[in-house]
Ligand binder design. Structure first.
Ligand code: UDP
Length: 317
């Protein structure tokens, strides 16, 4: 039984991870300030094994918090991750990914704990090479609506690099690519939650641009397993590792698959492409396969069928 801290515990990935770790018998302490997390996601966690600290991960009071003594592992997941949310709270997003990351590194150092920092495929910006491998340095814009997220996640990585090289902190970085399941809130704004909910409500599917841009979608259980294996693997200390599904798809094709799986009468409508929207995104997962013996197991159609099933059930509630 371990004592594990998860920041962003009320979010999509944080709550899923908390359930998994609690089911394995671990004690989980969760931090969330509910900027984008939802209490609904964590309300069923057993109080015997789970405690919540309702605050910002960047609060330096956390270093002396009575619940955060003798922590074994830290998953630093806190940050809005949907463009809709991080663009609504850009300064908070920068703070949690920079000051918040430094804070968690301090806590890891103080407790001699292991830490996983969740960075993002956005660290590659609008990539000029495909697939994206970890040593590709990216094509990122400091001067645009995505910068608050992309650049602060990158600075978070720099903090991890410094704590690892200066103090030998046991930290590793996951660059997470697009992840989905029905755990994404209906109003999350990301493409799969939008398309599936639109299709189930017989509304038109809103494709941005001409839909030729690509993404690679990983089902949540695969992403969570990748993060847990990364935490376990001591050889990954001081490493950056892509966690994502290499199966790349055009957004227009995704819309058509969802239309066919839901058997909806919905049409597709085209809307302006958001500024700086990356044209392509596909992880190279050679490193994850080698170091973690991990690769995604759930293919897109299977994951979408499950996602549709659960959103449908929730609609009826
Ligand atoms: N997108 C879309 N319609 C939507 C939501 C998103 O066409 O209703 C597109 C968006 O422009 C992007 C891709 O789908 O090219 C993935 O967007 P999302 O916000 O899910 O994640 P991102 O990878 O951009 O952070």
């Amino acid at each position: 039984m371990k004592k594990i801290l998860i920041t962003g515990v009320a979010g999509f990935l944080g709550s899923h991870l908390a359930k998994d770790l609690v089911n394995e018998g671990n004690v989980v302490i969760g931090i969330d300030n509910f900027v984008s997390g939802k209490y609904q996601n964590i309300k069923d966690l057993p109080s015997k094994l789970f405690s919540l600290i309702n605050t910002n991960a960047s609060s330096n009071k956390l270093l002396s918090h009575y619940l955060l003594q003798d922590i074994d592992e830290i998953y630093h997941l806190a940050s809005p991750a949907s463009p809709k949310y991080y663009q609504a709270s850009p300064l908070e997003t920068i703070k949690v990914n920079t000051q918040g990351t430094k804070n968690m590194l301090e806590l890891a150092q103080k407790n001699n704990a292991k830490m996983v920092y969740t960075s993002t495929s956005e660290a590659y910006g609008d990539p000029e090479i495909t697939p994206q491998i970890e040593n590709y340095r990216g094509n990122v814009n400091t001067w645009g609506p995505r910068a608050c997220y992309d650049e602060s996640k990158r600075l978070g990585e720099v903090y991890c690099y410094l704590y690892y090289t200066l103090f030998n902190t046991k930290v590793k970085v996951a660059r997470i690519f697009n992840t989905y399941s029905a755990g994404l809130a209906n109003d999350d704004g990301r493409v799969i939650s939008n398309f599936v909910n639109q299709a189930l409500n017989n509304e038109s599917l809103t494709v941005y641009g001409d839909g030729s841009q690509t993404r690679s979608f990983c089902y949540v259980t695969d992403t969570i397993l990748g993060l847990k294996l990364l935490m376990k693997q001591d050889e990954a200390n001081g490493e950056i590792i892509n966690i994502g599904n290499p199966n790349e798809i055009k957004i227009i094709d995704l819309a058509n698959i969802i239309i066919s799986l839901t058997q909806t009468k919905s049409q597709i409508t085209f809307h302006p492409l958001p500024e700086d929207d990356p044209k392509q995104r596909q992880p190279d997962i050679t490193k994850a396969k080698k170091l973690l013996n991990w690769e995604p197991k759930v293919d897109l159609v299977k994951g979408l069928k499950e996602t549709i099933k659960v959103y449908k059930l929730n609609l009826r509630k």
